[in-house]
Design a protein around this ligand. Structure first.
Ligand code: F6P
Length: 316
C-alpha cells in the first residue's frame, strides 16, 4: 500500500519524531511511504515525494517539521479538496496521515468525507485537541515557557516589578494554565478564565502596599495588548509592570522526552490503524492508552479544565 504523511498548521516540536515513526512503521510493514511538502499546499501543488527510512534518520530530536507546513484557507472548498484527492490517487496513494491541530483536522475530515482514507495525529503546541490528553509539542513549548517565567521572576523580584508574560495558544488556555501552575503565577488569564481588569489592578495595588517583591501574570495571546496593560497596572496600582511576549520562540527547539515518546507511539499507532482500515479518526492518548476518536467529535470541542483552575486557587 502507498501511504503519504503531511504536517499542517503551526509547527510543533516532535512533528519530526512522528513523521519518523510513521515512515519507519510503514516501511517495516511493507508499505511505500511518501511525504507531502508544506501541508495541504503540497497536496494541491502535487509536491509529493517518496520517503525512505534513511530520509528520516536524525529526525527524533530535530525541531520544526522536515516536511514544511502551511496554512491553506482555500482548502475549505470541495473542488480544491478534490484536486488533492486526485493528486494522491494519480500516484496510487491510498491513505494519508495528517499531523496537525484542530484546524488541520478539518481538512483531514474533508478528505475522509470524499472517501479518501485519512487519519489525524495531534501535533500542536496549543494542546487544543479534544480526544487526547496531550498533543505533540505541548510539553516542549510548556518547558520553554516555564524556563522563561523562572528567568523573568529573577529580574522582576530584583526590581520589585510585576511581570506579564504573553504565551501562545490561540483559543486554548492550556499553555498559560499549565505554565502558570508550573511557574507559580499569581494570575492566569485565559479564554476559559478571563479576568476582570479592575479587580486585577485592585489586587495588585494591595500586593504593592503589602510590599510584595514581584507578581507573575501569565496571559494567553489575543486577549489584551499586554504592553498597554502593563502601563495601566503601573499607573493605577503603583506596582511597576513590564510585559514580555514570548512569541515564536515557543514553537522551536528540540522536543523534550515526553514529546518524543508521544510522537513515536502515535506515529506507529496511526499506521496500525490505517492497516486496520480505519479512516476519519484521530489518534489520542488517554490515561496513557492510545485511542482513536472520530474527527467530527473532536473538531471545535473543548477540554474541561475546571479541576486545574480550582487547583490554582488552592495553591496560590
Ligand atoms: O497553533 C499554533 C500557534 O502557534 C498558535 O498558538 C498561534 O496563535 C498560531 O499558531 C500562530 O500562527 P502563525 O504561525 O500562522 O502566525
Amino acid at each position: 500500500m502507498k501511504i503519504a504523511v503531511l504536517t499542517s498548521g503551526g509547527d510543533a516540536p516532535g512533528m519530526n519524531a512522528a513523521i519518523r515513526a510513521v515512515v519507519r512503521t510503514g516501511i517495516s510493514n511493507g508499505h511505500e511511504m511518501f511525504g507531502v511538502q508544506d501541508g495541504y499546499r503540497g497536496l494541491l501543488e502535487d509536491k509529493i515525494f517518496p520517503l525512505t527510512s534513511k530520509d528520516v534518520s536524525g529526525m527524533l530530536s530535530a525541531g520544526g517539521t522536515m516536511l514544511g507546513t502551511a496554512r491553506v484557507p482555500e482548502f475549505k472548498e470541495v473542488p480544491v479538496q478534490m484536486v488533492a484527492v486526485d493528486n494522491l490517487k494519480n500516484r496510487g496513494i491510498e491513505a494519508l496521515v495528517v499531523i496537525g491541530g484542530d484546524g488541520s483536522y478539518k481538512g483531514a475530515l474533508a478528505l475522509h468525507n470524499l472517501e479518501f482514507q485519512t487519519i489525524g495525529i495531534p501535533g500542536t503546541i496549543d494542546n487544543d485537541v479534544y480526544g487526547t490528553d496531550f498533543t505533540i509539542g505541548f510539553h516542549t513549548a510548556l518547558n520553554t515557557i516555564v524556563d522563561a517565567i523562572d528567568k523573568l521572576r529573577d529580574t522582576s523580584s530584583s526590581h520589585r516589578r510585576c511581570s506579564i508574560i504573553e504565551v501562545m495558544g490561540r483559543t486554548s488556555g492550556d499553555l498559560a494554565l499549565y505554565a502558570g501552575i508550573c511557574g507559580g503565577a499569581e494570575f492566569i488569564i485565559t479564554p476559559e478564565n478571563p479576568i476582570n481588569k479592575e479587580k486585577l489592578i485592585a489586587t495588585l495595588k494591595k500586593h504593592n502596599e503589602e510590599g510584595r517583591r514581584h507578581a507573575i501574570i501569565v496571559v494567553t495571546e489575543q486577549q489584551f495588548d499586554v504592553h498597554k496593560l502593563a502601563a495601566e497596572i503601573t499607573i493605577k496600582s503603583g506596582f511597576s509592570s513590564r510585559a514580555t511576549v514570548l512569541g515564536y520562540i515557543q514553537r522551536g527547539g528540540s522536543p523534550v522526552a515526553e514529546d518524543r515518546v508521544l510522537a513515536s507511539r502515535m506515529g506507529a499507532f496511526a499506521i496500525e490503524q490505517i492497516m486496520a482500515g480505519v479512516s476519519g479518526q484521530c489518534i489520542g492518548v488517554r490515561n496513557d492508552k492510545l485511542i482513536t476518536t472520530p474527527l467530527d467529535q473532536v473538531i471545535d470541542h473543548k477540554k474541561d479544565r475546571a479541576e486545574l483552575y480550582e487547583l490554582v486557587n488552592k495553591i496560590r
